[in-house]
Ligand binder design. Structure first.
Ligand code: ADP
Ligand code: MG
Length: 265
């Protein structure tokens, strides 16, 4: 399966009344969320809200205490590991690399799920394309551990893109990036969605989320506080309460896209 070959009606993610506990403590409670094929969902919320936990559960790395997760109408638990690996790619919030791999090697690792399949023929093409999309082609021969934090983040994203999965789960992909590369990453995510993928992206920059996401899901204290189009979710009252900091929300003078500004004394 390649993401461009997938029937758009069959991709997509449904999370139903999900509960996750860790160390006997509830981390997520009653979270329901749908991401259709072709949709870019931004997942936002304060530190500790449970955003990374939700991505880990969707990825299949954490077993739910309650509720269900389905891809393309089939429960997560009924996908074989190799099928899952070809279905969704995850960019973790923190990635470490203990061996001196080159950038090209790190990105090529993303192709492992396709080894021995017909689509392994696309490996070189997928790696080259991912390096080009992230602007890392001139870094291909460099050692990953000797790159800057932002460069490493772009390589990690390239590895995810090289997987060519119909679903992308990106946990704070822009955290280490400059303004230009933040925009680049959001454009890539939006392109993937427009080509029929389902993309979930954790962001702290609410303006970036408003500008690019089809929908925003706001998580706080392990619960979904709001889910909808950016201008419906990003209201000053709601954000001020959730972030415990007074904010103003103003429409952009030309585009009308919400701009979120913390109130500064
Ligand atoms: P976010 O990504 O929204 O900042 P996380 O999903 O990482 O938040 O964390 C949500 C909550 O779960 C936090 O209170 C955090 O301390 C807790 N948590 C995260 N990882 C673990 C873990 N491995 N064991 C126990 N609790 C954890
Ligand atoms: Mg997190």
């Amino acid at each position: 399966m390649k993401w461009t070959d997938v029937d758009p009606d069959r991709v997509g993610l449904r999370v139903e009344r999900l509960g996750i506990r860790r160390d006997a403590r509830p981390i997520l409670s009653d979270v329901s969320l749908t991401v259709r094929a072709g949709e870019l969902l931004a997942l936002v919320g304060p530190n500790g809200a449970g955003k990374s936990t939700l991505l880990a559960a969707i990825c299949g790395d954490l077993a739910p205490a309650a509720g269900t997760i389905e891809f393309a109408g089939r429960p997560l638990t009924r996908w074989a590991p190799v099928e899952l690996a070809r279905l969704r790619a995850m960019l973790p919030q923190r990635a470490t690399m203990s061996f001196p791999f080159t950038v090209a090697e790190v990105v090529a690792m993303g192709r492992a799920p396709w080894a021995g399949t017909r689509l392994a023929a696309e490996d070189d093409d997928a790696v080259a394309e991912a390096l080009r999309l992230t602007g890392m082609q001139t870094f291909a021969g460099r050692v990953f551990s000797a790159l800057s934090g932002g460069e490493q983040a772009r390589v990690a994203l390239a590895r995810v893109l090289a997987q060519r999965t119909p679903m992308l789960l990106l946990d704070e992909p822009t955290a280490a990036l400059d303004l230009h590369h933040q925009e680049l990453v959001l454009r890539l995510a939006r392109d993937r969605a427009q080509q029929g993928g389902s993309v979930v992206i954790v962001l702290h920059d609410l303006g970036l989320a408003a500008a690019y996401a089809d929908r925003i899901a706001l998580l706080a204290g392990g619960r979904l506080v709001a889910d909808g189009p950016p201008d419906a979710v990003l209201t000053a009252d709601r954000l001020s309460e959730v972030y415990q900091h007074e904010v103003e929300v103003l429409p952009h003078p030309h585009t009308g896209v919400p701009l979120v500004l913390p109130v500064r004394p």
